[in-house]
Design a protein around this ligand. Structure first.
Ligand code: BGC
Length: 345
């Protein structure tokens, strides 16, 4: 069993660890964007306490991250936040039937009534709730496919494709396996291309938000809803977090999204893959698709007045530089964007 897990991990496609454009560039002796690649080791989801809890991760040294490293004494803490259980966006627990729901009734704040009327219950479990996830597939509207390819499954439970994190269960993540997000990196030039003295390169700015959960600065991204297209998630999340669109009327929201449509139709993909996110566990992890939307002359989004909303506490235009300390792998995405535009980093 350990062998097959190791096998799957070792053969995660090489081209997803290095983007094909880099491989091609290196082959031709050229240097392209030096883009972000899938990390072979994670650090933000290891050797720390689990976010928004007092749970301490089981310490995992670098050489034991890989599932290929045999480690009989590995005893990860089991943690799934009570806040996510029974949330509409979350999967049920696997194989655990220890709750006593009031089927067909309003059960506390959870509405277990169905529009179809009475649904069948077998051995205390509604047939519709039988949880048989289709790992690696589009499972109804839930995307259980991973950007990294095939992830290992052990005893019916997915394993983190990068390796051990010191926590099993789902932590704060709703889905077993990959949890998909999208990140819009909206950029403009600072003060009509102001030059940075040391590098003699023009300074690029991006729309940054301060997350409510960790207070770290980040790209205004968010989770892709079941059935939603990435092209819809990107402007929606940007509008919610950086323009506070949820405070607008429905008509104003439609107008705003129409206004953003032009800029958001001309994006460049910067990254897709695994994210070294502090919420990752051995069985649930974040993946994202990051796009750059650049307002070259600062006349579209570059002129909008920003207002924080949804999961964002603050919002601002922030200068790109190697000194930025951002959430998860976000600095890596921004370095790629700086290189793409020949900007200061
Ligand atoms: C955030 C994204 C981030 C992703 C992975 C999501 O919650 O909104 O910005 O890339 O998590 O860390």
């Amino acid at each position: 069993m350990a062998l097959s897990i190791c096998h799957v991990q070792r053969f995660l496609p090489y081209c997803l660890r290095r983007s094909w454009i880099d491989i091609l560039g290196l082959g031709l002796g050229l240097k392209f964007f030096g883009s972000c690649t899938m990390p072979s080791i994670h650090t933000k989801c290891r050797n720390s306490s689990y976010p928004r809890s007092s749970v301490q991760r089981f310490p995992v040294p670098d050489e034991k991250v890989s599932w290929c490293a045999s480690w009989p004494d590995y005893k990860p803490v089991s943690y799934t936040s009570p806040d996510i259980l029974d949330k509409p966006f979350a999967d049920p627990e696997i194989g655990v039937r220890n709750f006593e729901p009031k089927w067909h009734h309003l059960d506390g704040e959870v509405d277990r009534r169905s529009h179809v009327g009475t649904y069948p219950i077998q051995n205390g479990i509604p047939l519709v709730r039988n949880f048989e996830p289709k790992w690696h597939h589009l499972d109804g509207e839930v995307d259980r496919r991973s950007h990294v390819g095939t992830y290992p499954i052990q005893n019916g439970i997915p394993l983190n494709p990068v390796g051990r994190t010191g926590v099993k269960g789902r932590g704060l993540l709703g889905r077993w396996g990959p949890n998909h997000a999208a990140d819009p990196i909206v950029t403009r030039w600072k003060d009509g291309k102001a030059i940075q003295m040391d590098t003699q390169r023009p300074i690029l700015q991006f729309v940054a938000i301060q997350r409510r959960d960790s207070e770290e600065w980040a790209i205004p991204g968010g989770m892709i809803d079941p059935g939603e297209k990435v092209t819809a998630t990107l402007p929606r999340e940007f509008a919610e977090e950086a323009l506070n669109s949820e405070s607008l009327t429905e008509k104003q929201q439609v107008e705003l999204l129409a206004m953003l449509k032009d800029l958001f139709s001309k994006g460049l993909e910067v990254y897709h893959g695994y994210v070294d996110d502090p919420r990752n566990t051995d069985n649930a992890w974040m993946e994202t698709v990051a796009y750059n939307f650049h307002d070259e002359d600062g006349t579209s989004v570059g002129r909008l007045s920003l207002q924080a909303g949804s999961d964002a506490r603050s919002v601002q235009w922030m200068d790109l530089s190697s000194h930025l300390a951002l959430y998860a792998s976000h600095s890596c995405f921004l370095e790629t964007v700086a290189r793409m535009h020949g900007a200061h980093w």
